[in-house]
Write a new protein. Structure first.
Length: 445
């Protein structure tokens, strides 16, 4: 197979599904839409939640949702096709992050949407700057750390997948037989096509499962079309629609969160290259991903959107389909921008029942978990490694499920560690890797 030199002097081949591959549009469009369907509802859920906290409704809420779609699309394209050193040159899907949600809620409750956007602007600049030093910091993130972070990401997402299969949090018919029937139908279709189909039916198994699930959900009365009727046909986002305000009380926790999400991005990028291409990420890929993670979040703040980061469900999709083409993901991002510019189009996608999304994403989340296991088991696990992994999972998953156990701690500690298993697991893994004797830092890992 012919070899070519791709982004950052990576040697790649001309397979249409490799990083630099360009599948024909008849394949690329449905493959790209798979990625958008997997992240769409999560991407718009965060601004909707924040709007409820600060009392934003009507046209102002529309602005928040519209901005979330457009800026996620822009950030994704920049990750796929970098500008200077901003971007990884990999199929990384960006979106409004649930990882920031507890911090966002706390800041918005105290300082309003203007204080939150101001903190996001400063935090994004800080996070982007961190990316320029990631090559030096990389030595602190060997496989024992990144593998633990990826594994924690996957495990922490599994309840989200189950909640979606049951109908979504707050659903009036949560856990109903109807929701489970549709979700399991989607899951069975995805698994069957991925295992036994060929060609586009195999590579588009997730999209096909979602479409079939949607069609089944229609006569069951699970689809609500009121959002489409209320949406306008065309709208252009306005920068600084919400004026920015700057408070140290809002900025400090946001800076810390960008450190945490930078580590999470390193984990996601590692999972993408390991799961999709069976290799470790290059230093330039890691640096570019973190730089983009920060700077696109600052750009998003200018256009009234909350911080962006890599979406783990799309990482799992790459591991599941083995399709690494950044062209495919960038094409999906273009549809995401279109959904923001044409609100009726976005509203149509938002009618997708949670049960349908859950049936498709639960297997994606499982693939993230398995990718973490693959990273950790790529080298023999000695006693030291087992202690680091075990305690990281104990505190990461344990404390996040029992946040009241931290009631005696200062508010800033509870804000950062009380609800994020990924944050705690990352912190514990880094510290234990440094303090437990036995080759704690490996620059070649």
């Amino acid at each position: 197979m012919k070899k070519i030199v791709g982004y950052n002097n990576k040697v790649t081949n001309t397979n249409k599904y490799d990083v630099d591959g360009i599948p024909p549009l008849k394949e690329a469009i449905p493959l790209g839409l798979q990625h958008i369907f997997a992240m769409f509802l999560s991407n718009i859920a965060v601004p909707i939640i924040i709007a409820g906290v600060v009392g934003i409704t009507g046209s102002d809420l529309t602005i928040l949702v519209q901005s979330a779609m457009i800026m996620a699309g822009v950030a994704t394209i920049i990750q796929c096709y970098p500008i200077w050193r901003v971007g990884a040159g990999l199929p990384i899907v960006m979106g409004t992050s649930f990882g920031f949600l507890p911090t966002n809620i706390a800041i918005a409750s105290s300082y309003g949407i203007s204080g939150l956007l101001g903190a996001s602007l400063v935090g994004g600049l800080f996070g982007g700057t961190l990316g320029f030093f990631i090559k030096k910091l990389r030595r602190f993130f060997p496989k024992i750390v990144t593998g633990t972070v990826v594994l924690t990401i996957g495990l922490s997402l599994l309840p989200t997948g189950i909640i979606a299969m049951a109908g979504g949090s707050g659903s009036e018919n949560f856990g109903s037989a109807k929701n489970w029937m549709v979700a399991l139908l989607v899951l069975v279709i995805v698994i069957f096509l991925n295992r036994y189909a060929k060609g586009m039916a195999k590579t588009s198994s997730i999209l096909i499962g979602i479409v079939v699930g949607y069609m089944v959900a229609l006569p069951l009365g699970m689809v609500e079309f009121s959002a489409i009727r209320e949406a306008t046909w065309f709208s252009i986002p306005k920068p600084f629609y919400f004026p920015m305000e700057f408070y140290w009380g809002a900025i400090l926790p946001m800076l810390i969160m960008f450190i945490v999400t930078s580590v999470e991005t390193v984990g996601d990028v590692t999972a993408i290259t390991n799961g999709g291409a069976d290799r470790e990420p290059t230093p330039d890929e890691l640096s570019g991903s973190v730089i983009a993670n920060g700077f696109t979040s600052s750009l998003a703040a200018v256009f009234n959107s909350l911080p962006n980061t890599s979406f783990s469900q799309n990482v799992g999709m790459i591991a599941f389909t083995k399709i690494m083409s950044r062209y495919v993901v960038a094409l999906g991002a273009a549809f995401l921008i279109l959904a923001g510019l044409i609100p009726k189009f976005g509203a149509l996608i938002s009618t997708m029942p949670q049960a349908v999304i859950g049936g498709a994403t639960v297997i994606i989340f499982s693939q993230i978990t398995l990718t973490g296991i693959d990273i950790l088991t790529s080298e023999p696990l000695n006693e030291r490694a087992k202690i680091i992994i075990g305690l990281s999972l104990v505190f990461g998953l344990g404390l996040s499920q029992v946040p009241d156990a931290m009631n005696a701690f200062p508010d800033i500690v509870k804000l950062l560690f009380g609800e994020s298993g990924i944050t705690i697991a990352c912190f514990v893994a880094i510290v234990l890797n440094l303090v437990i004797p036995g080759d704690p830092i490996r620059e070649d890992a």
